[in-house]
Design a protein around this ligand. Structure first.
Ligand code: NAD
Length: 348
């Protein structure tokens, strides 16, 4: 009787350490560009996917979410949390892991950390949206909220959009200092600002990426001039928003999956029939993105399951021919499929 698991039991597992190695192996800028394209590819075949608003379990401190989808060939899900007060205890606000499986057998083909991958895919999704919505030739981005996601956002906007300067602001000066340090040598001009108002001066793109469990007003209407693109990342839960609603009255709003965004996004502040454009339709050329230079465009980002699916299938491809994974046996492999009890005896 075999004592060790067979091939059937094993699936590749990407630890945080191996994900870090993979990112450096590919190169973070290359990875952001490639992820942007893979995510866009999947937005282009939107109707191939099973879609549902993510399944959220809320508590006073935060939220734990499951994000499933399938394209009929592969099935994927991500487990992710959002706990803004975690950082007080030295813990991440957002952590995640995810899995990809074959639809034909239900057998997993990849299990991976997704904390880093979420930061990468969120930045790539922002860049993809900005590619269609930001004013032509945008060179300056304001980055309000300088936490875990910040550098990824800045780098993606640099490599995909050609942003040359980021203007940083965070209520916690240490977060801004950390981001300045991390972006040294990135080729971006980095300016630390002392208020949100000064950060957005001259910015064609305004990214808000703050974490607060309650309705916050990071941007008020008077702060937002004509022609800018707002990339609103941090409002992604019921009761958790970043923009004053008056901004939404002046902006054209673009979303991932309306049934989820109406629950979680900035537009939860608006009537249920507040008009939005689905980003996939813009990507496919079926709906207008940026119309003119004076228009305010808003990407009301909450993060959708297909983006994680795209990231998972990308990582699966990139692992080929590398050793940036371990084989782990998470599938039972009895010699006779019906003899699960018999398999148990292997460990005696
Ligand atoms: N849309 C998406 O797909 C997506 C993906 C990942 C994370 N998120 C969300 O993005 C947000 C940021 O995530 P993170 O991992 O960087 O969190 P983080 O906790 O590491 O960083 C958040 C930063 O926001 C700052 N901040 C809080 N209130 C502020 C204010 N009023 N003005 C300026 N700065 C303020 C904090 O000091 C902190 O540095 C979270 O709300 C998270 O849920 C969204």
């Amino acid at each position: 009787m075999p004592q060790s698991p067979s091939e059937k039991a094993l699936i590749p597992f990407v630890s945080v350490e191996n994900m870090m190695r993979l990112v450096h192996h590919v190169g973070i800028e290359t990875m952001l560009v490639e992820l942007t394209d893979v995510i866009e590819e999947d937005f282009r075949r939107w109707e191939s996917f099973d879609k549902t608003p993510r399944i959220a379990s809320h508590s006073r401190e935060g939220v734990i979410e499951l994000m499933p989808t399938s394209d009929g060939v592969l099935y994927g899900f991500k487990y992710v949390n959002g706990h803004p007060s975690n950082k007080v205890e030295g813990l991440q606000t957002v952590t995640a892991f995810g899995l990809l499986a074959k639809v034909s057998t239900g057998y997993p083909v990849l299990l991976t950390e997704m904390t880093l991958l979420t930061a990468l895919r969120t930045a790539a999704t922002s860049a993809m949206a900005a590619r269609h919505l930001a004013p032509k030739g945008a060179k300056v981005m304001a980055m309000i909220g300088n936490g875990a996601q910040a550098e990824f956002q800045a780098l993606a906007m640099k490599v995909v959009l050609g942003i040359e300067e980021v203007r940083l602001y965070d209520i916690d000066r240490r977060a801004t200092e950390k981001t300045v340090r991390n972006l040294e040598g990135s080729g971006l001009r980095v300016t630390a600002c002392t208020s949100a108002q000064s950060a957005i001066e001259g910015a064609a793109i305004i990214t808000t990426c703050t974490a607060d469990k309650q309705f916050a007003t990071i941007l008020t209407d008077n702060m937002v001039g004509a022609g800018v693109h707002i990339n609103a990342i941090g409002g992604d839960c019921p009761g958790k928003t970043e923009l004053h609603r008056d901004i939404l009255l002046r902006a054209d709003t673009f979303v991932e999956y309306p049934p989820q965004t109406r629950i979680e996004g900035e537009i939860q502040q608006m009537a249920p029939d507040y008009p939005v454009t689905e980003l996939w339709r813009v990507v496919r050329g079926e709906a207008e993105g940026r119309r003119d230079a004076g228009q305010i465009t808003l990407f009301d980002s909450v993060g959708f399951a297909t983006e994680d699916f795209s990231a998972l299938r990308y990582v699966r491809e990139k692992l080929k021919g590398t050793d940036f994974y371990q084989e782990i046996d998470i599938i039972a492999d009895p010699d006779d499929p019906r003899d699960l009890f018999g398999m148990l005896q292997r460990a005696r």
